[in-house]
Design a protein around this ligand. Sequence first.
Ligand code: SF4
Length: 326
Amino acid sequence: MTTILDTRAPAADRPRHPEKANRPDAPLLRKPDWLRVKAPGSAGYLETRNIVREHGLTTVCEEAGCPNIGECWQKRHATMMIMGDTCTRACAFCNVRTGLPLPLDANEPRRVGDAVAKLGLEHVVITSVDRDDLADGGAGHFAAVIQAIRAACPATTIEVLTPDFLRKDGALEQVVGARPDVFNHNLETVPSLYLTIRPGARYFHSLRLLQRVKELDRTMFTKSGIMLGLGEERNEVLQLMDDLRTAEVDFLTIGQYLQPSRKHAAVARFVPPDEFGSYARIASAKGFLLVSSSPLTRSSHHAGEDFAKLKAARQAVTASERATRS
Ligand code: SF4
């Protein structure tokens, strides 16, 4: 995720990125016009913000400083970030606070369910910080949140964007067992950049996680996303697409990395919109049911509309397979 709209200033007594404080400064590149967005402030945005505050919720939209917050919150589409605002990893691209998180809040699932009902969401995205400190990585809490949303608003479809549950046996099975409609886990970048950009994670573990979801439930949609502009080579991106197709991932999102601060990984380059278009065409040809690829694409951006497109694409494939057999 990215920051160009940081609505969450760190408390003076609680620095946001203590693990990054001693890193040398990375230069901040001037953003091209295609990445500029309007500052948020519409009535819908303010209403969404009030509901989020009233229910004591954390959103990735704010924590990550997402550039799309004005557009999404105007439509009441906020992505809830459960299990606190503090992450046990320290990825070089991410603006979420790092440190030792607080214990889980047993009331959070109910509050999330209530907020989803109040926002009137047809489709909701639930994500979380990494909780390596918990025995199950927070899988049980994810399942409880899914159940609470089902109870509060049975018609709402649910998408989870999960951590990798590295070394948490049985965690993935618990989340899949709660039957979200879409299971998303972002690869974030190509394997050659993992040590510098996503040092606490393992590329092949993340890939295997996505593949395992399909083994557990073939009907569940799977989704993954990457950022461009971190220094990846084109061939590495194409290989990553093949890897995701081998894992039978349905939906790929590709967006531009934006640098949250001088202490975060530098932007290697701003990828022009037509290059995003080229990647979209290649990914579609490789067999993804759906591809979203543009500078401002984020994994939860337009998630509701994209879920409808995913279902339609699967129906079209099934119909064509039936026609070929008959
Ligand atoms: S793109 Fe996702 S993270 Fe960004 S504002 Fe929209 S819902 Fe929130």
